[in-house]
Design a protein around this ligand. Sequence first.
Ligand code: PEP
Length: 249
Amino acid sequence: MRTPLIAGNWKMNGSAALVEEFGRVFTDARLPASLDVVILPPFPYLDAARHAFADTVLRLGAQTLNPLHSGARTGEVSGNMLKEFGVAYALVGHSERRQLYREDDEAVHDRLLAALSADITPILCVGETLEERDAGKTMEVVLRQVGYVMARLEPDQRARVIIAYEPVWAIGTGRTATPRQAQEVMAGIREYQAGFDRELAAGLRLLYGGSMNAGNAAELLAQPDIDGGLVGGASLKVDDFLAICQSAG
Ligand code: PEP
């Protein structure tokens, strides 16, 4: 049985006040008994979030990390630093990082290994652009992104990876993939993983991301291969994010 997971990616948004608000609201929130919930705030808020979330179900995630443990990498943050601040999850390969910071599959793989070696659960983000979808290349692109990383891991490492399918055309656009479109791709990812190991594929947690909100979450989360959501914009409003979490029961 796969435990559902809802992760809120604040991107370069939020404030100390928002951290406090989430801590307050989630302290008394009614949530499904079996659910993991993660907030990924910008780095400067991690320490405050660690304290504000201490009595809640909220766990902490990072939006990226550097492949190295330490060194001359101005502006970067490493996995072991994040771990010191209670970070349990890290995104790797978010499409904004792939596009705006030119992170290719190799860079994504290196970051994912860095997360694993710091004992942080990586959430590997994959997804096609609109042009790629229109050209009928969705599965080719998604399985290339998944395959590049997964094929280079040891079996025990593969079992620790969470995959988020986020069609690029659905991120921050208000245009959500239909439950059927999302399910189709995510079933394809699970089937691909089954080629390595059927048991591992059955336990693999797959998240959908791309304009998930309080109104469409339940239908998406009801799909057999969707085990949770990676939520951007709607994770900045505590009531909306809470409603998404509640629909994951
Ligand atoms: C994201 O950034 O991962 C995301 C899914 O954003 P949004 O929910 O705003 O589309």
